[in-house]
Design a protein around this ligand. Structure first.
Ligand code: ATP
Ligand code: BTN
Length: 325
């Protein structure tokens, strides 16, 4: 019910005109006080709404909302037709597709949302997801060869995100093993891979991308590490539908490349974009800290860490990589 009311308010306000509380209350059959509570919730979600006595509510700027028809129109014709859903309000685009396993998803199916109430990062961390200004995109990908084929998926996705950004804006980002996209030395985007299945049996993956495009001030205050957003690095206004289409296109392209040729075909590209390549790093595993030099990644997507002259492969999991200046 609350979700339906908020969806209605978003649609009523989207074009940037004034809408009176009374009018909204009549349309929804609820009181003006109830309307004002829902408007307050929308403001907390990141919408910049103000009110003027006698006129009603208004957005500071019209919304530049994601549109399924526009995203499909902007997808290059040579790619597979894939299912695209655009939601206004969702808990998490990854959780949404995971709930649809195994029979209600198709290969390459995409879920995008304007707002996530429970956006997830790795290991239960929160992904701050304000309304209408960033990109939250998930794609379902079937792994015929089982979970072993999932190794490297986050690297493949990171390459795809950097391809998409470059093709649309000419901005060159850098990649941090295993799941981060950096720009100007700080986090621009993150990748979350959810998996279901057995090692040697056909399995399911949901690939999630959270990309900062226009970070609202209020949301920025909630992020506890340094970050940036893409619009701050581009002279011209970035079209959110075009960026979404590029992400889908390049992700499908890289996933097919991975399926047919494996990660080894992409290693040179990874190393050219690797933020920490040949730099001193520390690897955090719980309370343990291992210091070494980053030597890139291997064919399976493991981090190559040189410690005391020996290079060992680190296969992901509960580890975090940091610079060690
Ligand atoms: P690592 O992946 O190396 O463990 P990380 O700190 O980047 O490091 P992640 O789980 O990848 O951890 O990302 C989640 C973290 O990202 C959150 O704990 C928060 O600090 C930060 N974060 C949350 N939302 C955003 C956002 N919109 N933009 C940038 N950073 C964010
Ligand atoms: C990270 O850096 O830890 C990964 C962040 C991934 C965020 C994206 S937003 C779309 C998808 N849905 C989620 O709940 N998380 C991912």
């Amino acid at each position: 019910m609350a979700k339906a009311v908020r969806e209605h308010l978003i649609k009523a306000l989207a074009n940037g005109g004034f809408v009176s509380g009374q009018e909204l209350g009549d349309q929804l059959n609820i009181s003006r006080t109830a309307i004002s509570k829902h408007v307050k919730m929308l403001i907390d979600m990141g919408l910049d709404i103000y009110s003027v006595t006698g006129k009603g509510y208004k957005l500071a700027q019209p919304l530049d909302l994601l549109r399924k028809d526009e995203i499909l129109r902007l997808l290059p014709t040579e790619i597979l037709p894939c299912e695209v859903e655009v939601h206004n309000l969702i808990d998490s685009t990854n959780s949404y597709l995971m709930r649809r396993l195994p029979n209600q998803v198709t290969q390459g199916q995409v879920c995008l949302a304007e707002y996530q109430s429970a956006g997830r990062g790795r290991r239960g961390r929160q992904w701050i997801s304000p309304f209408g200004s960033q990109i939250y995109l998930s794609m379902y990908w079937y792994l015929e060869q089982g979970l072993s084929a999932a190794m490297g998926l986050s690297l493949v996705t990171a390459l795809a995100v950097s391809d998409a950004i470059y093709s649309l804006t000419n901005v060159q980002v850098q990649l941090k093993w295993p799941n981060d996209i950096y720009l100007g030395g700080v986090k621009l985007a993150g990748i979350l891979i959810d998996l279901e299945g057995q090692a040697l049996e056909p399995s399911h993956s949901v690939i999630g991308i959270g990309l900062n495009l226009n970070m609202p001030v209020q949301a920025a205050e909630k992020i506890d590490q340094r970050w940036t957003d893409l619009q701050s690095h581009s002279q011209s206004k970035i079209n959110r539908n075009a960026l979404s289409a590029q992400l889908i296109h390049h992700l499908l392209k890289r996933l097919h490349q991975h399926q047919h040729k494996g990660l080894s075909a992409m290693l040179d590209e990874w190393h050219a974009r690797d933020f920490y390549l040949n730099k001193p790093v520390k690897l955090l595993t719980g309370d343990n800290v291992t210091r070494g030099v980053c030597r890139g990644v291997n064919n399976q997507g493991a981090l190559l860490l040189e410690v005391d002259g020996y290079t060992k492969a680190i296969y992901g999991g509960e580890v975090s990589l940091r610079g060690d200046e």
